[in-house]
Write a protein that binds this ligand. Structure first.
Ligand code: HH2
Length: 398
């Protein structure tokens, strides 16, 4: 059973009411500030009882929601009692075993974040250094770089420039998914991207990803040598795309969206933002794995701006760390997006500093990959953010 388990090793800052609502932590539970938080959904009554007893015996706080039979459980366990809480779970009767096993293995995996991304012909190393994905939109209407790289020769030049500046992936897109945009037919998308991908593959030393939601487009791009599928619909627009990625042993970026680009910004609402995004991403990971995609080939993305208000975007960046519970590396695409304009004013051309601030915070909060328009400056900002996050100037810095 899927419990959409959320495990937070002590909130990094005091949580206010909006944080609690976004995380799905009832206000009855006033976090001690440093304790472990465990949140699980759809928990059978008996298991819920066991969890509650184990947490209370360790001096923790507990809340129970939902109707009798299937419960939502939120626990807070003081840090010094965490090990003994886990021990208590281990010795609990076997009826609680699936969930207790899940808690234990999630706790272990949070300590060991993914070290690489598996592609068909190589591995991309993660860890100390943030991977930068350079954006190359060969569209007439993308919200920032639309029309600039329509000529394939100029697009290729731009890709080489971004690699020179430090991009570890080049993301080629043939359809704008900005709010209000209409879908482009697959044939047109292929016509836009293929000449560029064909000229890049084999010459570029970094992999190409294709930014598409359509299986035909992904098939054409991967057959031409692209190595990663970047699906902003998280496999929901065209489920066949996962099979295509799996057949080519490509990596797959599963991004969260609510609605369709045409209408996604009309009053987006969430009850508990973070667990809802997490559940969507987990469902995508499961579907991808069922289609044969290797787990080490999957990345996740909160989908900044895709069916979210500015405040939703801010809360997702603020609580990005929680998405590590999905067990896959996190990619963040905040570059020059409109929520930055809400804070600083101006249009996409005025959003460089805002993008860099968001990039730094995303890295600090656990992002492994940043999807950006401004590669050189983001790379330098990421180096500083990593150094603060890790508390040291690592080897091979600039
Ligand atoms: N955002 C955009 C496009 N693709 N892919 C991922 N994984 N994450 C994102 O946040 C993301 C994405 C939108 O940005 P852009 O490509 O610059 O604009 P447009 O959709 O107008 O082409």
């Amino acid at each position: 059973m899927n419990h959409n388990l959320l495990l937070l090793e002590g909130p990094p800052f005091p949580l206010d009411t909006r944080d609690r609502v976004a995380l799905g932590i009832p206000s009855r539970l006033i976090p001690l500030g440093a304790g472990w938080i465990v949140r699980a959904e759809g928990v059978p009554e008996k298991t819920a009882g066991l969890l509650l007893t184990a947490a209370r015996d360790c001096g923790g706080r507990t809340t129970l929601s939902g109707r009798r039979g299937v419960r939502g459980v939120v626990l807070e366990v003081p840090p010094r009692a965490w090990r003994s809480f886990l021990k208590r779970l281990s010795s609990a009767p076997s009826s609680a075993s699936p969930l207790k096993g899940e808690i234990q293995s999630l706790e272990r995996s949070l300590r060991r974040p993914a070290a690489r991304i598996r592609l068909a012909r190589r591995r991309l190393r993660l860890g100390g250094r943030t991977l930068i994905q350079g954006i190359l939109n060969v569209t007439p209407d993308s919200f920032y770089d639309g029309g600039r790289w329509a000529d394939p020769a100029r697009a290729v030049e731009r890709a080489f420039q971004m690699v020179e500046e430090g991009a570890g992936i080049i993301d080629v897109g043939g359809e704008s998914t900005r709010p209000g945009s209409r879908a482009v037919p697959a044939r047109e998308e292929i016509r836009r991207i293929l000449p560029v991908i064909e000229r890049l593959v084999g010459r570029l030393r970094v992999p190409v990803s294709v930014d598409t939601t359509k299986s035909e487009v992904a098939e054409a791009a991967l057959s031409a040598g692209a190595e990663i599928v970047n699906d902003v619909s998280g496999l929901t627009f065209d489920p066949r795309i996962a099979r295509v990625a799996s057949r080519h042993r490509a990596a797959l970026i599963i991004s969260h969206i609510r609605g369709r680009p045409r209408s996604m910004q009309r009053n987006p609402r969430y009850r508990h933002l973070v667990p809802e995004v997490l559940a969507f991403l987990r469902a995508g990971i499961e579907r991808a794995m069922e289609a044969g995609v290797h787990p080490e080939s999957i990345l996740i993305d909160p989908g900044i701006g895709f069916g979210k208000t500015a405040e939703h975007n801010l809360l997702l960046l603020r609580h990005l760390r929680a998405l590590r519970c999905a067990g896959r590396p996190i990619l963040v695409g905040a570059s020059r997006k409109s929520f930055l304009g809400k804070i600083l004013g101006g249009g996409p051309v005025d959003r460089l500093e805002g993008s860099l601030a968001a990039a730094a915070l995303a890295v600090f909060n656990g992002a492994a990959v940043l999807r950006v328009h401004d590669v050189a400056s983001t790379r330098r900002v990421a180096r500083v953010a990593e150094s603060v996050r890790d508390g040291r100037i690592g080897p091979n810095r600039e």
